[in-house]
Design a protein around this ligand. Structure first.
Ligand code: FMN
Length: 266
């Protein structure tokens, strides 16, 4: 298009009445284009920041469930004191097939070559990865302090992702924490209530015969050391938490690994 023609078009547009339909449409289209460009630019440029924030949030939750988080703590530095390890879920031992610092558990869980389809699926997760990243917190003398295990499963409206922290005896619970879910605020989202979470500390997973006993339930009269009170008005989310904790602490989850770790056979 020649420069003269371009100039003519601009003059024509400029001279159109402000409330004419073509000029209104032109301004609307130009505005849409400008806005979509700004949004795309922001989305592309902020992606890396969002990814880093997601990682930091997960790390913060590991610190929280291990009881070492406080406001103002250097999350990255403190998280470095945890030793990530990849666990072979079938064998219940550590695997050196993958680098635990970069292994993507979520991706592995949807990869048919790295996961199994669950026939018995109380946590409603469909597939379980054959390899899972866990975090070990060690004492200054190198002995084991806490084991942080990832757990997830379906509540009422969403999949709840979190961690359970166990004491070095692999049976006593130190804490439980979810870092992602979409349960209803005031109902299912009470899983984040510090008072409800505090119940988990000191509870036991298994009895002396190694049978899995931990239970989230409304029912009273259950053995105190294994019983977590369900959230009032949110029995369905509580049932979800009960199912997912039993799944991950059970035979298809970390049971074998925890037994091996306790016996020094990992
Ligand atoms: C809008 C709406 C949102 C709800 N969200 C949840 C929820 O996130 N988790 C949950 O367990 N129950 C939720 N409920 C309540 C359940 O439908 C069900 O009544 C409840 O889990 C039963 O618990 P209860 O036996 O302790 O009363 C919701 C109900 C409504 C109407």
């Amino acid at each position: 298009m020649s420069e003269l023609k371009k100039e003519n078009i601009f003059i024509k547009i400029k001279n159109m009445p402000v409330d004419s339909i073509p000029k209104t449409l032109l301004v609307a289209v130009a505005l849409c284009l400008l806005c979509s460009m700004i949004v795309s630019f922001a989305a592309v440029n902020l992606k890396s920041v969002q990814d880093i924030n997601k990682i930091r949030d997960k790390q913060k939750n590991v610190l929280q469930v291990a009881g070492i988080y406080y406001k103002g703590i250097d999350i990255e530095k403190s998280f470095a004191s945890f030793q990530p390890m990849v666990v072979d879920m079938e064998k219940g031992v550590y695997s050196n097939k993958f680098d635990p610092k970069v292994f993507d558990d979520k991706k592995a869980a949807s990869d048919p070559t790295l996961s199994v389809l669950l026939k018995d699926d109380p946590a409603s997760i469909g597939r379980r990865s054959n390899f899972t990243t866990i975090y070990l917190l060690k004492n200054k003398d190198g002995s084991l302090d806490k084991i942080i295990l990832p757990i997830y499963g379906y509540g009422l409206w969403s999949t709840l992702y979190g961690f359970i922290a166990l004491e070095e005896n692999c049976n006593d619970i130190f804490g439980l924490q979810f870092y992602q879910h979409a349960e209803t605020p005031g109902l299912g989202a009470e899983v984040d209530n510090p008072k409800w979470k505090a119940q988990w500390k000191g509870k036991k997973l298994n009895n002396q015969n190694g049978e899995l006993m931990i239970q989230v339930a409304k029912t009273s009269g259950l053995k105190k050391e294994y019983h977590i009170d369900a959230i009032a008005g949110a029995t369905l989310t509580s049932n979800g938490v009960d199912n997912l904790v039993k799944f991950w602490m059970g035979k298809a989850g970390f049971k074998k690994f925890l037994e091996n770790l306790k016996n020094g056979e990992v």
